[in-house]
Ligand binder design. Structure first.
Ligand code: TRP
Length: 338
């Protein structure tokens, strides 16, 4: 029986609080269960779907992300935890090409992320159109094969990734059915409770390109500046306020470890007994408390050997991917005639 976790992120830049809530928090959790082999993928190939103009930035982003991951407590020095550079697993490309034969063009075209992107850019790269299929190859390169009962393949992700995982489940089932083998273990999404964090201006989710993010590396001063920019509904003095959609409170709920304080602020806000200033200042302090151990760990790892970490990840992943590819080729009747 194999229990595996694979998840990842595109290597497009440093990580922020939105990544923490939507992804990293769950990853650290899963790692702490000690019951799954964990593969954390640096998706440098997938980054090219949108960042092909300046690929020379990718190696820098890879190092940054590795430090981000170490700083939140992911631990590639454990035997069951691996940081995997997507482009280093050659078998993954082959799997991606073969899995592309399973879904129809319409299924690919109807993926919500693809639809969104097509609204903004009518003519994306052909690679982008296959984004979700390629992501299925990321996941299934570590599928326990052949599938046996009790095998698990978990994918902790933010809610935006769920449609991709639906397609990936579909691909596993269709493949197994079409080739009459119980080969792939359909993956399962694991979506955290918060999932999506709004950016500091509240209109969009937190993201690097939207320029609305608080990064894991932000200094105390920067955090102060950014929290000062958070937009809140205007209220007259002593006017009761709503906390549900107020970003200050959303952040308090996500990052303030002092639950009594959050409960107290919430109650007073709802009764009109606290001003925005206090809510804001307590949030600055809370976020800085939250970031402090993360930044200490990052400093500790500043000179870590990134190459060694990635080489270990490659060594751990390629044999698994080879096994998958052998069985896929066999099922699809590919190979030299004998
Ligand atoms: N698409 C994910 C993102 O944008 C990154 C990713 C690539 C991924 N391959 C994956 C996530 C496999 C989960 C599983 O962040």
């Amino acid at each position: 029986m194999s229990r595996r976790v694979l998840t990842g992120v595109r290597t497009t830049g440093q990580m922020h609080l939105g990544h923490f809530v939507g992804a990293l928090k769950q990853w650290v959790d899963v790692q702490s269960w000690n019951t799954y082999d964990c593969y954390f993928l640096l998706a440098d190939v997938q980054a090219l779907t949108t960042h092909a103009e300046n690929p020379s930035l990718l190696p820098v982003a890879v190092k940054t992300i590795i430090l981000d991951w170490l700083s939140v407590g992911l631990d590639p020095f454990r035997a069951d935890v691996h940081f995997v550079l997507q482009s280093a697993i050659f078998e993954r490309f082959e799997l991606s090409g073969l899995l592309a034969m399973i879904p129809t063009w319409r299924e690919v075209r109807n993926n919500p992320t693809v639809k969104e992107e097509l609204k903004k850019n009518a003519n994306p790269s052909a690679g982008f159109m296959l984004y979700a299929v390629d992501q299925a190859a990321d996941i299934y390169m570590v599928s326990p094969v052949p599938h046996e009962s009790g095998d698990e393949l978990l994918v902790p992700v933010g809610s935006d990734q769920v449609p991709h995982l639906e397609l990936a489940r579909h691909i596993a089932r269709d493949f197994n059915k079409k080739y009459q083998r119980n080969l792939f273990t359909p993956c399962q999404a694991l979506v955290g409770d918060v999932g999506r964090l709004p950016g500091i201006y509240g209109d969009e989710k937190m993201g690097k390109s939207a320029d609305n993010a608080i990064f894991l590396t932000d200094t105390k001063e920067t955090v102060k500046d950014k929290v000062n920019q958070i937009r809140v509904p205007s209220r007259a003095a002593n006017e009761p306020g709503e906390t549900e959609k107020n970003i200050l409170f959303q952040y308090h709920r996500a990052f303030n470890s002092d639950e009594d304080q959050v409960a107290d602020l919430t109650e007073r806000y709802q009764k009109g007994q606290v001003g925005d200033r206090e809510v804001r200042e307590r949030l600055m302090a809370a976020i800085n408390r939250f970031l402090e151990p993360i930044q200490e760990r990052r400093a500790h790892f500043a000179n870590v050997n990134v190459r060694e970490i990635l080489e270990e990840g490659t060594r751990a992943t390629r044999p698994a991917a080879k096994l998958v590819i052998e069985q896929v080729r066999d099922a699809m009747h590919l190979g030299y005639p004998t």
